[in-house]
Design a protein around this ligand. Structure first.
Ligand SMILES: Cc1cc2nc3c(=O)[nH]c(=O)nc-3n(C[C@H](O)[C@H](O)[C@H](O)COP(=O)(O)OP(=O)(O)OC[C@H]3O[C@@H](n4cnc5c(N)ncnc54)[C@H](O)[C@@H]3O)c2cc1C
Length: 457
């Protein structure tokens, strides 16, 4: 839609055959999307995503509202006034969108299908790339795709958005491109999630932020559309003692044992059981090797370029930032010189999108470090300045309105840490106010109590 809005003719090739149902419950109950294994897992659509939808795709924002998606703003809806310092100009940017993923996706897909300049072909799997005369000596130039049924579809630019399991590196290999450089590891987390609905459309009150850490376990509580919400627990994948969380009664026992979120179980489940997702990968792909793009005429956007632990809820925001950046590079550089476009796209990705991936990865590595230390009864306190600053910010945000906004800017993918901590005096204030983070009392069960909850029969 962003590209079509600029006059490009866009053909979307989607492997899954079924189109979007037109009502939210049908999207949740019946829509089959085997291409997305996270389809029915809890999602939040943070400020970064909401901001682009509002400014660039207002028709999608309206359709989401009509489908029952909500807008939440911690400053307006949750944080007490003495902590937030009251409403300030600009606080509207902290709003984010809530909807079950199938509902968000059905609304967005329907908007795309009716957007002028966009043609969506479902049940069409891409199987490889086709090439033409090189734009750079020795570098393959992509001029379209080949589908699984053997059709060749020409294009001035192929945008790969086939998600975290994208076959692009293999397709590039098949056309003789240099290997894509890849950083790949198991993200190290396991998800156990379930979604609920109230009889009267009400939502559970939030007694804390959507993501909370309880020693070796984290919780996610996410409001969604039409009186629905999600509850998830996230553990380290090495934490064998927590694996009984796969059993619904063990999962419920642990959630009930977390005092600020136990009441989120008080609804009617809308899932058959628990949805468990493990073996998720952190993956970064570099498409420039020794200063030269591995191919021209093709670019990866969103998860096919890089993806990480989804507990931070940033994937859709980062993906949409990336898509908007693609639109902006097409505006600024155009496709007349494919080599110049490839260089500009990859450089803009590295400058404006990659920092979000790196920050998210750093936060995740430290969270895993905390979990691993918790398993062996040790204390995790690395001297990494980013870790120290993040921990201090968690505490300082509860004490100071500027620190609260700094935390939200970073968490909601609105402003990167470098920009936030360039604010005069903020870093010093954060470190001073948050200096006592090690002494913060735990509000929930300790490791021993968690083990008792998960293993009780
Ligand atoms: C458990 C979990 C929870 C998450 N929670 C959040 C959250 O709360 N907030 C958030 O912002 N993000 C979250 N994410 C991340 C988010 O889901 C992704 O970042 C986002 O979906 C990426 O969008 P994408 O378009 O790159 O890929 P996808 O959404 O994965 O879409 C890829 C599409 O490509 C299609 N496809 C694949 N191969 C082919 C092919 N060969 N030919 C044609 N079509 C093909 C697939 O069918 C699919 O429709 C979560 C992820 C997981 C795993």
């Amino acid at each position: 839609m962003l590209l079509a809005g600029d006059g490009h003719q866009v053909i979307v090739l989607e492997r899954d055959p079924e189109g979007p149902p037109d009502d939210p419950d049908a999207a949740w109950e019946r829509w089959q999307r085997p291409g997305l294994n996270q389809f029915r897992l809890p999602h939040a659509f943070l400020g970064g995503f909401r901001d682009i939808v509002d400014t660039e795709l207002p028709e999608v924002a309206q359709a989401l509202e009509a489908a029952g998606a909500l807008r939440l703003n911690l400053i307006r809806d949750v944080v007490p006034e003495q902590t937030s310092g009251g409403w300030r100009d600009g606080d509207e940017r902290y709003e984010w969108l809530t909807a079950r993923r199938p509902v968000m996706e059905a609304v967005t897909a329907a908007a795309a299908e009716s957007a002028p300049g966009v043609e969506v072909r479902r049940g069409t799997a891409v199987a490889g790339l086709i090439t033409g005369p090189a734009a750079l000596p020795g570098v393959p130039h992509v001029t379209g795709v080949r589908t699984r049924s053997g059709e060749a579809i020409p294009a001035d630019l192929v945008v790969d958005m086939t998600g975290r399991r994208s076959g692009l590196p293999d397709w590039l290999d098949e056309i003789g491109a240099c290997p894509v450089s890849e950083e790949l590891e198991d993200c190290g987390f396991v998800y156990y999630g379930r979604q609920f609905r109230s009889a009267d459309g009400s939502l559970p009150p939030s007694l804390g932020p959507p993501q909370m850490h309880w020693g070796t376990v984290s919780s996610l509580t996410l409001s969604a559309d039409n009186g629905t919400w999600a509850v998830a627990l996230v553990t380290g994948s090495k934490d064998k003692a927590m694996r009984p969380l796969r059993e619904l009664d063990r999962w419920e026992a642990v959630v009930r044992g977390l005092p600020l979120i136990a009441h989120w179980l008080d609804g009617t489940p809308i899932d058959d059981g628990l949805r468990v997702l493990a073996r998720l990968e952190d993956r970064y792909r570099g498409f420039v090797v020794d200063g030269t793009p591995v191919a021209t005429g093709v670019v990866p956007v969103a998860d096919s370029w890089s993806c990480s632990n989804p507990a931070n809820g940033r994937g859709a925001s980062i993906g949409l930032l990336h898509a908007r950046m693609l639109r902006d590079q097409l505006r600024a550089v155009g496709l007349d010189d494919p080599a110049a476009f490839a260089a500009a796209f990859h450089q803009a990705t590295a400058e404006s999108v990659e920092p979000w991936y790196r920050t998210t990865l750093a936060t995740d590595r430290h969270r895993l470090g905390e979990i691993d230390a918790g398993l062996s009864g040790e204390t995790y306190d690395p001297p990494d300045p980013w870790y120290q600053l993040e921990k201090a910010l968690d505490v300082a945000a509860g004490l100071d309105p500027d620190c609260m906004r700094a935390l939200l800017d970073i968490r909601l993918v609105l402003r990167g840490p470098d920009e936030v901590f360039a604010r005069p005096g903020l870093r010093e204030k954060t470190l001073r106010l948050g200096a006592g983070w090690r002494d913060e009392p735990s509000l929930g069960p300790d490791r021993e109590q968690l083990l008792a909850l998960v293993s009780a029969s």
